[in-house]
Write a protein that binds this ligand. Structure first.
Ligand code: ATP
Length: 275
């Protein structure tokens, strides 16, 4: 069987400070992963380790960034996969890929001499959908069962502590077995940014860009209700491209204004009255 195309990397270079807004999610997540840094204490107290954290929320809001920052914060190796990578026509292949992913997480951590590994599975609802809900349900069920088996097998006294982080915007589709204690027993909601958070994200993504004196990011933050972090990143990038096209060496306010429309046209953004 082919190995899941998970991208194995060492400890990612994303910090919580690189993520704009999401202060609630960051705080919850930081508290939840503290156990990785205090493993001995946790083991001594006989506390069951946290095995899974579910990040829920719309696309482009920073779920992947948060998972990477969690790995950075705990000095863990980071492996990312998508739920759809486990979906195969042939019986047993999906389950084998799940097994391989966990084996690789432990191997990579050992090789890198790290005590912990974070496995990030985006679109986890594809792999973790309610059993019996798919047409070729036997195969899906096997894959999901393997994930449950792997999570049940995570122990606190292992050489490598494994933590699974799943991301989804369809928590309603997930099999209830995944949400039971000892599996994904912590849910962190990652919502669209409010005005303050949008400003923070715009500031982060314009840090390296030369801005004209007339640039008013706060005004842009006000006009971008419904934008995700990914939209704002794209907006900042578009603004700089527009400035470059005019042969300017700085980005001006009108470029940002034009970029708002551009991003909005490109994406269907659900805009409600300005917040
Ligand atoms: P998906 O569910 O579509 O995978 P996601 O929630 O995992 O989305 P990310 O992959 O973390 O979103 O974000 C995509 C990009 O958008 C990031 O690489 C970053 O450039 C930008 N971004 C998103 N949210 C934020 C944020 N809160 N602060 C700064 N940048 C952000």
């Amino acid at each position: 069987a082919r190995v899941a195309a998970a991208t194995a990397v060492t400890v990612p270079d994303v910090r919580f400070e690189d993520i704009g807004g999401q202060s609630g999610a960051k705080k919850e997540l930081q508290e939840a992963i503290e156990f990785i840094r205090n493993r001995e204490q946790i083991a001594r107290m006989g506390i069951r380790p946290l095995k899974g954290i579910l990040l829920t929320g719309p696309p482009g809001t920073g779920k992947t960034l948060l998972a990477k920052a969690a790995a950075h914060h705990t000095d863990s190796v980071f492996l990312a996969a998508s739920g759809s990578e486990f979906v195969e026509m042939y019986a047993g292949v999906g389950a084998q890929r799940v097994r391989d992913l966990f084996r690789r997480a432990r191997e990579t951590a050992r090789k890198e001499r790290k005590g912990s590994a974070i496995i990030f599975i985006d679109e986890i609802e594809v792999l973790g959908a309610r059993r019996g809900s798919h047409s070729s349900h036997m195969e899906y069920d096997q894959t999901l069962n393997q994930l449950l088996t792997e999570m049940d097998g995570i122990a606190v006294d292992e050489e490598v502590q494994v933590l699974v982080m799943g991301a989804t915007n369809r928590v309603d589709m997930m099999d209830p077995a995944l949400l039971r204690p000892g599996r994904f027993d912590r849910t962190v909601s990652v919502d669209l940014p409010d005005k303050e958070a949008r400003l923070a994200i715009l500031q982060l993504h314009t840090r390296q860009k030369p801005l004209g004196a007339d640039v008013d990011l706060e005004a842009i933050a006000r006009q971008t209700f419904g934008f995700s972090g990914a939209h704002l990143e794209s907006l900042a990038n578009e603004a700089a491209i527009l400035a470059l096209r005019e042969g300017l060496d700085e980005v001006r306010q009108r470029h940002f204004v034009e970029a708002v429309d551009k991003v909005m046209l490109g994406e269907k953004i659900d805009r409600k009255p300005t917040q």
